[in-house]
Design a protein around this ligand. Structure first.
Ligand SMILES: Cc1cc2nc3c(=O)[nH]c(=O)nc-3n(C[C@H](O)[C@H](O)[C@H](O)COP(=O)(O)O)c2cc1C
Length: 420
């Protein structure tokens, strides 16, 4: 466990710093955040304060209500000077995202705000994760500033190539994946406990598409966000993660293995292949219950048709099928999108009929949660009862689900349920 001081500067990627906080905390680290004034135009301090449980500082002249300590540390009697005390208590100072502007200031020793003062006063290791437009990144000024910082043993987590914030822009400059930044931090500071080290987790995410002809399909609105959040949470616990992604258009994490599929049949084949070696299956994908019996090879034509009938046949219930094949010690968690008041009872029924260890139910009658939304509110149903999880972002929900899995694993009893 390390104390990480996170400096957030004013770039578009500032919102990703929230994910970095959550990932670092899920991995057992203690985090405090300081921001530049401009970064507040992108993300407000209230979000960081709520996540870290500690005040967020921006102004070097403001008093730190936490007196420069991290959550869990005893506070000193006196009011210290914030920029000195915060770095004195930190095991590592991470600036993510780091703007071209702040990088230039750090390279030349400027100290005109709390963040740059803290950096100048830091004797702990400093990690910078730059993020900017590709021309700003490639500019001679930025590159020579970074070369100076590297010479001073500051760790630079290089940005990635990909689509950038400005419309239709592509290139190098996108903030590295938050797991890559955390990995860079943990190469420097003592790594947090990795309670799931050696555990292989298989996650299905997204929604399958069943073709009815060469260009059309029957699909669903699942975005894959919940499955991808589960992958991040499992990664933070040290697991080896494979995600079977059904039509998911979300940023990928370099530390996760992805298997892309389109249809329910492809998802079933991939799940069967990878299930054998996993310890935990989290079946978050929305898998089609029906598929077209005989999809047209070409494009169905409208001419001469008043109506079109497509015959659908039932697909395999992948989760129930895998539950029949489980080895001792394997855990299976299903996800159920249910509608309305009966959703928990239906979840409990699925628990028994599918022979799984837990069913995570979300009530899709609430348009504020589930599917494409950034947040969710779920009920985790197990043989012991059910746990309501209040509305929160999907990474927080994912972390709570994994804690429920921990509770299941500690039972260490082979499930003996009705598998009919
Ligand atoms: C909409 C918008 C987005 C910006 N995104 C970035 C960015 O991603 N990276 C960057 O280096 N600067 C970016 N900038 C410029 C910085 O906000 C600007 O240099 C600012 O002075 C940085 O202040 P700070 O380093 O004190 O946070 C952006 C500016 C605007 C208006």
């Amino acid at each position: 466990m390390a104390r990480i001081l996170l400096g957030v500067t004013g770039g578009i990627a500032a919102y990703k710093a929230l994910d970095l906080v959550r990932l670092a905390m899920a991995a057992g680290h203690s985090v405090r955040v300081i921001q530049t004034e401009d970064s507040q135009r992108f993300v407000g301090g209230a979000s960081f304060a709520a996540l870290t449980g500690a005040p967020v500082l921006v102004d070097q002249w403001e008093r730190d209500p936490a007196r420069g300590v991290f959550p869990g540390q005893p506070a000193p009697e006196h009011d210290p000077i914030s920029h000195l005390e915060l770095v004195r208590n930190a095991d590592c100072f991470v600036i993510a995202p780091a703007t071209a502007n702040t990088i230039a200031k750090l390279a030349h020793g400027l100290a005109d705000n709390l963040l740059t003062n803290a950096a100048l006063a830091a004797s702990c290791p400093i990690v910078l994760a730059p993020a900017m437009n590709h021309q700003m990144w490639e500019s001679e000024a930025t590159q020579s500033n970074l070369a100076l910082l590297r010479k001073r043993s500051i760790t630079i987590v290089d940005p990635e190539s990909g689509s950038l914030a400005s419309l239709n822009e592509w290139g190098n400059g996108r903030l590295a994946a938050v797991s890559t930044i955390l990995q860079a931090i943990e190469q420097i500071v003592p790594a947090a406990d990795r309670p799931w080290d050696g555990r292989r987790v298989l996650i299905t995410a997204g929604g399958t598409r069943e073709p009815i002809d060469a260009v059309r399909f029957v699909g669903n609105r699942s975005s894959g966000r919940m499955g991808f959040a589960l992958a991040q949470a499992a990664l933070a616990r040290g697991a080896e993660v494979t995600v079977i992604a059904a039509n998911v258009d979300l940023p990928r994490d370099p530390l996760v293995k992805y298997v892309d599929v389109e249809t329910a049949a492809q998802l079933e084949a991939a799940a069967r292949e990878h299930f054998v070696n996993c310890h935990l299956l989290l079946m978050a994908a929305a898998v089609a219950d029906f598929t077209a019996r005989s999809p047209e090879a070409g494009k169905l034509k409208k001419q001469g048709r008043e109506q079109l009938e497509v015959t659908l046949t039932a697909t395999t219930d992948v989760l129930a099928a895998l539950a029949q094949e489980r080895r001792p010690g394997q855990l299976l968690v299903g996800f159920a999108a249910e509608h309305g008041a009966q959703s928990v009872a239906l979840g409990a029924k699925k628990l028994a009929s599918k022979g799984v260890d837990a069913v995570v139910v979300n009530d899709v009658s609430d348009p504020e949660i589930g599917f494409s939304s950034e947040s969710n509110a779920v009920t985790i149903v197990t043989a012991d009862g059910h746990q309501e999880v209040e509305k929160a972002d999907k990474l927080t929900i994912a972390d709570t689900i994994l804690s429920a899995v921990d509770a299941l694993s500690s039972h260490e009893t082979a499930p003996s349920r009705d598998r009919s």
